[in-house]
Design a protein around this ligand. Structure first.
Ligand SMILES: Cc1ncc(COP(=O)(O)O)c(C=O)c1O
Length: 373
């Protein structure tokens, strides 16, 4: 639920996350328009922003088959307003599988599996709850993270899924995460096409064996318009496009930076340097240091816990108490550090949106080991 307000950006306490409503709306509309011609659909990744108000806008814009989530906590939040959820991640712990099964009694839930152990864990929980949990066989399409190899190994697991109580085989997924940041468009395109062959061919092998394979899921913000136009891929899991970061900005995808970290200058120790109160406890630096918005020639030179040191052109008149806007290099881990997004239209704060699925929800209100997670 959002909290409607109308105030000036100058009243926002720092450090804080600011969201440009216009840029967000344009990013969402641009992605929805790409998928409007079909047949492939968009399943926006909720993990990028963890914010129900953003996800509701993505769904309302159309072209969506549902939402993608990475954690059970995200799925629980998403299920309060979306009835078709893909957990594009391996869920294996009994407590988590029980929560997936409970969720599957209320909405359509599909989870990734890449092992017999994972399949059995989900099957046990589904049976115990009297639920039907959908599964996608997760394939390693080159990222080298989770996933069985395309071909025989995937087919074997698919066969095991169809023989498991409480489980419904729904298809395959293969996330080409290693190709999202490839800067050169033609290299990104040719490598993605090659990686997706294994996914599409495995889907065909599964269907040829007489097994169901309605979903073939892949893609992210760097490859949505490549994988999303490959014959046989039915859904794209892009997430970062809604808010964008400087890393994807350098990839050259057609989305605008829609959020930034707002900080206050706390020190101007030299003509060519100022320090703001927004360090890496307010934004990640895993892809690179953040960019500086709106100050020509300025650059962040370091982030400490609570400090951003910014190199300035010597003619800069910025002074203690002024605000700075830093553009994060990576959406997801930055979002996860904050409780709310201050939604602005120009210099006016028009809303405050809770980042409701941030963190690990099972720990949030816990005070002892006796309480159920
Ligand atoms: C499995 C999976 N799918 C999709 C995505 C979405 O990618 P992006 O945020 O780059 O659009 C990610 C991001 O890390 C991912 O891990």
């Amino acid at each position: 639920m959002s909290r409607s307000v109308s105030a000036s950006v100058h009243q926002i306490p720092t450090p804080a996350l600011v969201l440009d409503r216009g840029a967000l709306d344009r990013n969402i509309a641009r992605m929805a328009a790409f998928f409007a011609s079909g047949p492939c659909r968009l399943r926006p990744h909720f993990k990028a922003h963890k914010t129900p108000e953003i996800a509701k806008r993505q769904l309302a814009a159309g072209s969506c088959s549902g939402l993608t989530c990475a954690t059970v906590g995200e799925a629980e939040v998403a299920a309060t307003f979306c009835d078709d959820i893909l957990l594009a991640n391996e869920i294996v712990a009994p407590d988590k599988c029980a929560r997936v099964a409970a969720l599957a009694k209320r909405v359509r839930v599909t989870a990734a599996i890449d092992s017999l152990a994972g399949l059995e864990a989900l099957s046990r929980a589904a049976r115990d709850a009297g639920a039907r949990v959908g599964v996608l066989i997760d394939l390693n399409v080159g990222q080298g993270r989770c996933g069985v190899e395309p071909g025989e190994a995937a087919l074997t697991l698919a066969q095991q899924a169809t023989q498991s109580a409480g489980i419904e085989l729904r298809g395959v997924m293969g996330y080409e995460g290693h190709l999202q940041p490839v800067r050169d468009r033609s290299e990104r395109e040719s490598r993605t096409r090659q990686a997706m062959q294994g996914l599409v061919n495995t889907a065909k092998q599964i269907r040829d064996a007489g097994l169901p394979c309605e979903i073939v899921s892949a893609g992210g913000t760097g490859t949505y318009d490549i994988s999303g136009r490959i014959d046989g891929i039915t859904e794209i899991q892009a997430g970062s496009y809604a808010l964008m970061d400087t890393d994807y900005g350098a990839v050259g995808v057609p989305f605008e930076p829609a959020f930034w970290v707002l900080g206050t200058v706390v020190s101007r120790p030299a003509r060519n340097r100022c320090v703001a109160d927004c360090g890496h406890k307010s934004m990640t630096k895993d892809h690179s240091l953040p960019g500086v918005r709106g100050i020509e020639g300025a650059a962040v030179t370091s982030l400490n816990d609570e400090h951003a040191t910014i190199a300035l052109p010597p003619e800069s008149t910025i002074k203690i108490g002024d605000r700075v806007e830093l553009l994060p290099s990576h959406v997801d881990p930055t979002i996860n550090l904050h409780d709310v997004l201050y939604v602005v239209d120009g210099q006016t704060v028009v809303d405050v949106w809770p980042i409701a699925a941030r963190g690990y929800l099972e720990h949030r209100t816990r005070t002892s080991m006796e309480e159920p997670a």
